[in-house]
Structures are given as C-alpha cells and as structure tokens.
Ligand binder design. Structure first.
Ligand SMILES: Nc1nc2c(ncn2[C@@H]2O[C@H](COP(=O)(O)OP(=O)(O)OP(=O)(O)O)[C@@H](O)[C@H]2O)c(=O)[nH]1
Ligand SMILES: [Mg+2]
Length: 575
C-alpha cells in the first residue's frame, strides 16, 4: 500500500473527532488498512461484469472467467447469478465479490448498469469507499454513466476510470480524456496510454514508470504475460517497409510498426505537456480521476490496472454518524444494511441482509442493537457472500460486506451496532417512474403471493405506496424502471410459484413532503394527483406529469416537495 494513501482520510469523512470520544484498536486498524471496498459502475454493456471477472482471475479466485454472453454451454459470469441475468446477459442486481491480492483484501461490488436498476446501484454506492467507472472506448461517456458519476460526486467518493474495449476500434484516447473533463468537470490524469487500438492494440505505455508493456499473447481466458521494454528498445523497429521478410527485432512483436510507436510517442508527449499529475488529496476529494486504458475481455492492461488501483484506492476511513464522525478503528462494531435479498440461493430459502461494516470488529454470536427499533439481537453467524456462494465467517472488519441471515427484523438502511447506539446516513429513496398494481389470479397461490411481495418490498426490489384516503389499502407498486416489474413478477413466479397479472397506473412520478396534519388537510391537489404514504409511512403524492408537479408546487407554496427522499438522522436512543 502506498504510504501516502494510508495517511489519508476517507473522503466520506468530515472532520476527525477528538480521540477521547472513541477508543482505538491496533488490530482492527491493521485489518482496516488491508481492505479496499469499491463499486464498479457504468452504462450497461461497458464491461463491468467482464472486468470484475478478470480482476477475480488475477486475484486467483476463479480459474477461468466465463464469458458473460457466452454460448449456453459456457459458464455464466460468476457475478451474474440470477436466472434472469443469465437469460438476458445483463446484471439486474449488485453482487459482492471478495478476493485477496498482494496482501490486500478486496471487496468488490459489481452493479447493474441498466437505468431500471439504478436504485440498487445508488444504494450500493453508499457502501463503497471508491468507484471504478468503466467507459467503452467506442461509445465514450453514456447517459447512465453520467448519472452514476453525479451520485459519486454528491458523496464525494473518489472515482478511478477504466477505459475498456481498447481491443476494438474506437474513439481516440485523447478525445475520451477531453470528454471526461468536459462532462464531469474533473481533471483526468492518464496512468497508462494504449499502444494502438482495435487489431493494432499491442500494449501500453506506463506513464508513471515511463516504460512500454508489450503483450506477448492474445489468449483471452487466462492471465496474459507482457514484456516490459524501455522506449530505447523500440528503436530496433525499422521504418515500415515493403520488405516481405521483416528484420529480426529482439523479442518485439512483429505486428508493432514504426508508425504506431511514433504516433503513440507523440500522444504521450502531448499528455506530458498538459502536465497533470495525480495529487492524492485532490483524487480522494473527487477533483481528479486517474485513467487507465485496457481491454477486460482480452485481459490486456487488467493487471496493471489492478496494481495501480490498489495503490490509489483508500482503505475504509471515518464515517459520518448521528454521533459525529466516527473512526473506523474504534473497537465497537457498527455497520448499515444497504441491500436485502431473499432467496439468494434457492437451496436456502431465507433472506440475507447485506451489511457494510463501518467500525470495529464483527464476531460470530455477537449481540447487536438495531438502532431504529432499539431491539437487541444475537447474530449467530455472518456470511461471506461470493456471487451466489456463501461461507460462514467468524470475524469481519471495517470495509467488509457481510451477509446476515435476516430474521425479518431489518429494513433497508438500518444501522446495527454494539456499544453506543448510533445511526449512519439513511439511504435515499428515488422517485419512481412506473406505477402498477399486481394481482394473483390463482386464489390458491394468494398466500405465497402476499408473502413474496412483502419480502420483495422489504428487499427494496420495488417501492410501494398505499392510498391515504381510501378504506381499501390498495398496494401501488412503483419502480424507477419497467424492467424492475419484470424482475419482481419473474421472481414471484419462479421463487414463490405465484404467477401475476399487472394493471398499470397512469402516474409517472412521486413527490415526498413533510407537513403538519393541518397542512395536509388543506393540501390543494389536482384531479390527477393521488395522496399516498410509502412503505415507511412517509407522505407522498403521485403525479401524472411534470406539469402536474408544477401545479402542485404553485398551489401549495408553503410545502416543499422532493423527488429524492433523504431522511434526517434520527436522534440516538442512547449515547
Ligand atoms: N471486445 C470487447 N468486448 C468486451 C470487453 N469487455 C466486455 N466486452 C463485451 O461487452 C459485453 C457486455 O459486457 P458486460 O461485462 O456484461 O457489461 P456490463 O457493464 O456488466 O453490463 P450490465 O451489467 O448489463 O450493465 C459482453 O458481450 C462482453 O463480452 C472488451 O474489453 N472488449
Ligand atoms: Mg454486469
């Protein structure tokens, strides 16, 4: 680990708390420093899952990476475990994968790129200390990447960029660098530079060491080796000639041409003239992004990226809580739930809450408090989740993501802690864009349908609203994207054996608000608006268009309406 990083605060931290408030545990601290917890984000299809798999390959966790869109006979990607993901070849849910590399424990969160599952991705980002943003060289920055980058910027988490698919013809790397700067208002600092792209892609220049890595083979499934050369070694390459038999050149690939070497050199000189160097502090505060080029599919540049990434990615740091900024290496355990998933493994019909440990040490059989309800609970075992697989773990440290078999007590965003009760920042809720009511036409499956739907709502797979003024508490389901409904219906049918019918509602957005009973009584609503409350009992209004939203604000000037619901810290029960 680079010593400069070791001394940096995590960017999610605000200011450090006086050392008298919290204790310090040297063992926990040494474990914390070994951890790197990050999420991979991008527009669909940029190659997140492929990159994830290749990182695992280098970490020694899997032998052969399975092609994501491979033929039926090939293994599906380790991280795309859900049946629907396998069928469609897309990720619909984020996945945790943990591996060791050069003394570090890496906790990697592979996220779905599809807009329809962005809620899951936003929540997953809350659990990450850094993000890897994957950009397709041919497509540049796409809309979903832009939205996700904004969430990272809001949280001020550091972003490392991986420009992928350099093995395919694409845009010029200089153009990509300029686009990142212009769209994200962030300084991009290339760490390597590709030697050609498409069929010509034959290596990269390490801009830090100022040497050239040439790929020796093009085997895509396994780790590939590269020979490291100095610039002067490339002088052996003669001017491109029409000679049928090229002259021998000291172990350099025959495909490498003088023209390519010269044009790359020119680009590298241009980059150096621009003169941007990475400053740890600016990177950690989201003002600079280091940029790596490579190809996840062919493994080119993946290991170099992994090493560079480990040097840059900060270990878990201090976190903001209702008790102020809390140091990760204090002895008392605390963490929060950012995801709940039922039937993670069809063999174990249970629910698993994914908990990000923020401070202290988790031990098997530990008694914790659910900060929201004040309820005490013994956790007999925690699971180390690896895609679909699970293993029991005896202890876990800051930065780790553990699976806790969920006895039905947990809600998304819950803080669990040992010692002083505290709350971490609540998870935000995003305005849905699709609303519908699901029904189970087969009355004999009604019980399974109700149970399945309840679990899926608690997992956060879908939002739910109840009509406020009606006696019949109709459950209006709501999602950011239509595909979320497909997933819920698919899972109700495959996991609960409860086929459903769907009837769409005309609403297109939700607005949350805080108001007194008096204000609520006097709300002026248009015919199309519907007063509801959400799963947590928060008041909201469903609307059919942006126009309705404008009318709502105009008619109720004393109330503030929100498209993202971010709850305030609740006062801590005990200090
Ligand atoms: N040529 C080439 N293809 C790649 C590369 N990386 C990924 N792909 C292909 O791009 C497609 C999408 O890759 P995924 O890894 O599933 O993309 P993703 O970002 O995880 O997609 P979502 O999870 O659906 O958001 C697959 O067909 C991959 O084989 C690369 O470096 N080069
Ligand atoms: Mg994926």
């Amino acid at each position: 680990m680079s010593p400069s990083i070791e001394n940096q605060l995590n960017p999610t931290a605000v200011t450090s708390t006086s050392p008298t408030t919290f204790g310090f545990d040297a063992y926990i601290d040494s474990q914390r420093k070994r951890r790197r917890t990050f999420a991979i984000i991008s527009h669909p299809d940029a190659g997140k899952t492929t990159l994830t798999e290749k990182l695992l390959l280098y970490g020694g966790s899997i032998e052969v990476a399975g092609a994501v869109r491979g033929r039926k006979t090939q293994r599906a990607a380790t991280s795309d475990w859900m049946e629907l993901e396998k069928q469609r070849g897309i990720s619909v849910s984020s996945t945790v994968l943990t591996f060791e590399y050069e003394g570090c424990q890496i906790n990697l969160l592979d996220t779905p790129g599809h807009h329809d599952f962005s809620e899951d991705t936003y929540r997953t980002l809350m659990a990450a200390d850094a993000a890897v943003m994957v950009i397709d060289l041919a497509k540049g920055i796409e809309s979903q990447t832009e939205k996700l980058f904004k969430v990272c910027a809001l949280r001020k988490i550091p972003v490392i960029t991986f420009v992928n698919k350099v093995d395919r013809p694409g845009r010029s790397p200089l153009e990509i660098i300029a686009e990142i700067e212009q769209k994200f208002k962030i300084e991009s600092v290339p760490q390597n530079w590709p030697l050609g792209s498409g069929k010509e892609f034959s290596g990269f220049v390490d801009l830090i060491q100022d040497n050239v890595h040439l790929f020796l083979e093009r085997d895509s499934d396994r780790k590939i080796s590269a020979s490291v050369q100095q610039w002067s070694d490339l002088n052996a390459i003669e001017e491109d000639s029409e000679d049928v038999i090229p002259p021998p050149r000291n172990g350099l690939p025959q495909s490498l041409s003088r023209k390519l070497v010269d044009s790359t050199r020119e680009e590298v000189d241009l980059i150096r003239m621009a003169g941007s160097t990475l400053e740890t502090d600016r990177f950690l505060h989201g003002e600079q992004t280091p940029v790596f080029f490579g190809s996840a599919l062919t493994n080119f540049g993946v290991e170099h990226f992994l090493r560079g990434f480990l040097d840059l990615c900060p270990p878990p740091g201090d976190r903001l809580s209702s008790l102020g900024t809390i140091p990760a290496s204090q002895p008392d355990f605390s963490g929060f739930i950012f995801k709940i998933q039922a039937n993670l493994d069809p063999r174990h019909r249970d629910r698993v809450a994914f908990l990000r440990i923020c401070t202290g040490k988790f031990e098997r059989d530990m008694e914790v408090v659910i900060a929201r309800s004040g309820k005490r609970l013994r956790i007999p075992r925690a699971l180390r989740i690896f895609g679909q697989d699970r293993q029991t773990m005896d202890e876990a440290f800051p930065g780790d993501i553990i699976g806790v078999v969920c006895p039905g007590e947990f809600q998304l965003g819950d803080t669990l802690c040992h010692g002083s009760t505290l709350h971490f920042e609540p998870l935000p809720q995003f305005s849905p864009e699709f609303f519908a009511v699901l029904d189970c036409p087969d009355t004999s499956r009604r019980k399974q349908f109700d149970r399945g739907l309840k679990q899926l709502v608690e997992e956060g797979a879908i939002q739910v609203f109840y009509e406020a003024k009606s006696m019949r508490r109709e459950m209006i389901l709501a999602a950011v994207g239509e595909l979320q409904f497909d997933v819920v219906r698919f899972r109700l049918e495959s996991e609960y054996n409860a086929p459903t019918s769907i009837s769409w509602r005309p609403h297109k957005l939700a607005r949350w608000f805080d108001a007194t009973e008096e204000q609520k009584k006097n709300l002026r609503l248009s015919y199309a608006a519907k007063l509801v409350c959400d799963h947590y009992g928060n008041d909201a209004i469903l609307l059919q268009s942006e126009w309705d939203d404008k009318v709502l604000e105009r008619e109720n000037p004393n109330i503030r309406f929100h498209s993202i619901r971010v709850s305030k810290f609740q006062p801590s029960a005990a200090v």
